[in-house]
Design a protein around this ligand. Structure first.
Ligand SMILES: CSCCC(=O)C(=O)COP(=O)(O)O
Ligand code: MG
Length: 227
């Protein structure tokens, strides 16, 4: 019996274009100024050190680091220090009302109904926990953070690696077979399934094929169909 849902964000409960055409360009535009202004603040300095370690250039200056981060944004790399910095930059955008956190209406209704029925809700996204909470705090539906029990990001591991799901399950009061993982990416679903989770593939673009149970939106999803 499913007692908990673990959901991806982009492409599953949020339109891909909100991330790719609103959030990523905003971060790219603000990044250089943000990094130059904040490079000595401990929470930013920590991410700069992580970038230098990844590129194996301990003496890289701030302009080198900015170039690397901009390239990673362009290539949609899910690298932890980039995702942490993006979250810090998006905070200003949300607070200034430059954009709101987009959610599909069917996803919001589904999550709200599941929460009301007592299903525990968790999030696992490549976006940082800060970025996730901002999206839900400033969502189209108001502050919906209370729907969720906890949030996970790439600090637990990459989303296409089984070990990340093992780590998450070990932190939850549920066994893997009591959890349903929702995603739009087959590789993530494969990794979650290998860890023993149930899976549901959200195929928003209409392509109708998957090795996992799949739907095009949440309107017909019933938890009883799993396990
Ligand atoms: C938390 S909103 C920003 C999402 C993001 O930065 C991203 O890379 C999307 O990854 P996801 O794992 O949600 O598909
Ligand atoms: Mg996704």
């Amino acid at each position: 019996m499913i007692k908990a849902i673990l959901t991806d964000i982009e492409g599953t409960i949020t339109r891909i274009s909100f991330v790719k055409e609103v959030l990523f360009p905003y971060a790219a535009k603000q990044l250089a100024t943000f990094m130059r202004l904040n490079e000595n603040k401990p929470h930013v300095a920590e991410q700069i050190a992580a970038v230098k370690a990844i590129i194996n250039e301990p003496d890289a200056d701030i302009e080198n680091v900015i170039s690397v981060l901009l390239k990673w944004i362009e290539e949609d790399k899910k690298i932890t220090p980039l995702k942490q910095i993006q979250g810090l930059i998006w905070q200003t955008g949300y607070e200034h009302g430059d954009f709101k956190g987009h959610l599909y209406a069917d996803a919001f209704e589904f999550l709200q109904a599941q929460h009301a029925q007592g299903t525990a809700l968790y999030v696992y996204s490549s976006g940082s926990v800060r970025a996730q909470q901002l999206l839900f705090k400033y969502s189209d539906y108001g502050d919906i953070r209370p729907l969720f029990n906890d949030f996970f990001d790439t600090k637990v591991g990459a989303k296409q690696e089984q070990a990340a799901y093992n780590t998450i399950v070990n932190q939850l009061p549920f066994s893997a077979n009591e959890i349903l993982f929702l995603s739009d990416v087959a590789g993530e679903l494969d990794a979650a399934k290998a860890a023993g989770l149930n899976t549901l593939h959200l195929i928003r673009d209409g392509q109708a094929h998957s090795a996992h149970p799949y739907v095009h939106d949440f309107s017909t999803v019933k938890l009883e169909q799993f396990a």
